[in-house]
Design a protein around this ligand. Structure first.
Ligand code: PMP
Length: 392
């Protein structure tokens, strides 16, 4: 039989933009490559022994963990998530929580549920690249909002909204220790954003993977605390381990019902096994203890990185000191194209992620992202020295 219909759907066209393959190929260019691209927890900061113990606890549930079901998530885990959200000031009830296979699936469910062809989604410019491609795959037009060192410039947002041909379907934002810019939206801007969104009738979708990792300054309320009618995406990927693929969406009804239905069709149910592992690992105060320990280790990594940047990067490179999270964003003079610079950097033994990846139209080319979470402290200075070398 000749298979005639091998044409792929237009929905996957944005997936072809993946830049990771190009980066993978760069690893061969130097015998000891230093990779500032990994936004995951460090291997030594994932609680392996506790996860092994939690797996054994999960198996105690016997056959009960081997069936379908629990589409909305393992009940004790949902209760734990409610307590965790309460601790950061974001009120939610267990019947508003849908557990998902990582917040990436949460974003997919939100997109699938809400987006029609041609809908506009506003994102920070720069933002998390897989959010851009995901919303594009749901036929949305993804538009970047202007940012400065304090995140979205909310006072410019009203003018952008006036210019757009349609009211955006939602605003997707990472207000705390943003990926990739490291910025945090201050309280006055949080209020202003919530007020503007309310005035214009736009849903806020808040993605919050990093807020547990604050190294200095006072915690800020999540948008969800200021606007109960918003969607909140959470994850255990950074606080426990990304390989568990356990995250959640918190949404008021009627959105909860839609998200639940979409989740059911997309994946039938959550993994009963890994959601139990996440629950047992996190429960009994372990998560808080573990995060406190990891936070200190990440703070040392951030400080080591910032000190190396002061020492080895030329004066034309500028950056904002992140109060938490995993990332530092570096701006260079306009004439430097960091896609080109990356090729030289890789030959010199270091990889960063160029700014073009993080903008819907790929237009900004003179910045790059450094992720410090997974780099051993001993390699930090050498990595930055190598970047400094190709910049001078
Ligand atoms: N959102 C943001 C902002 C992220 O940085 C990441 C992971 N890098 C994700 C979502 C995906 O997280 P998860 O592993 O929970 O799917």
């Amino acid at each position: 039989m000749v298979i005639q219909s091998t044409g792929t759907s237009r929905r996957i066209a944005p997936f072809k933009e993946s830049v990771w393959l190009g980066v993978d190929a760069m690893f061969d260019r130097h015998p000891d490559m230093i990779f500032f691209g990994n936004g995951a927890p460090a291997n030594d900061l994932m609680p392996l022994d506790r996860l092994k113990w939690a797996s054994a606890q999960a198996w105690e549930d016997g056959l009960n963990q081997l069936s379908y079901g629990e589409t909305e998530g393992y009940a004790p885990l949902r209760e734990l998530i409610v307590r965790q959200m309460a601790a950061i000031g974001a009120p939610a009830t267990a019947d508003e929580i849908v557990v998902v296979n990582g917040s990436q699936e949460g974003m997919d469910i939100v997109g699938r549920t809400l987006l029609h062809e041609g809908d506009i989604v506003l994102v920070e410019g720069p933002t998390f690249p897989d959010a851009i491609r995901l919303y594009q795959s749901h036929d949305a037009e993804v538009v970047g909002m202007e940012m400065d060192k304090d995140g979205i410039v909310v006072e410019r947002l009203a003018a952008l909204l006036d210019r757009l041909p349609r009211t955006p379907k939602f605003i997707y934002t990472i207000p705390t220790f943003q990926n990739p810019s490291g910025t945090t939206l201050p309280l006055d801007r949080r209020h202003a954003l919530v007020n503007l969104a309310r005035e214009r009738g736009i849903l806020l979708v808040e993605d919050d993977p990093y807020s547990a990792f604050r190294y200095e300054g006072e915690p800020l309320p999540p948008l969800r605390a200021l606007e109960p009618n918003s969607v909140y995406l959470g994850t255990f990927s950074k606080t426990l381990a990304p390989g568990l693929r356990v995250g959640w969406i918190s949404a008021p009804s009627p959105l909860f019902g839609h998200f639940f239905a979409v989740k059911e069709v997309m994946s039938i149910s959550n993994s009963r096994l890994t959601t139990r592992v996440a629950y047992h690992a996190a429960a009994g105060g372990f998560l808080e203890e573990h995060v406190a320990e990891a936070r200190e280790a990440y703070r040392i990594r951030r400080d080591t990185l910032l000190a190396a940047m002061e020492e080895y990067l030329p004066p034309q490179a500028t950056w904002v000191r992140p109060e938490g999270g995993f990332f530092v964003w570096v701006d260079l003079p306009e004439e430097i194209d960091t896609d080109v610079l990356l090729t030289k950097a890789a030959a010199n033994g270091v990889i960063f992620l160029p700014s073009s990846w993080f903008f819907p139209d790929r237009s900004k080319r003179n910045s790059f992202r450094l992720s410090f979470s997974a780099i051993p402290v001993e390699q930090m200075a050498e990595g930055i020295r190598r970047i400094g070398e190709v910049l001078t």
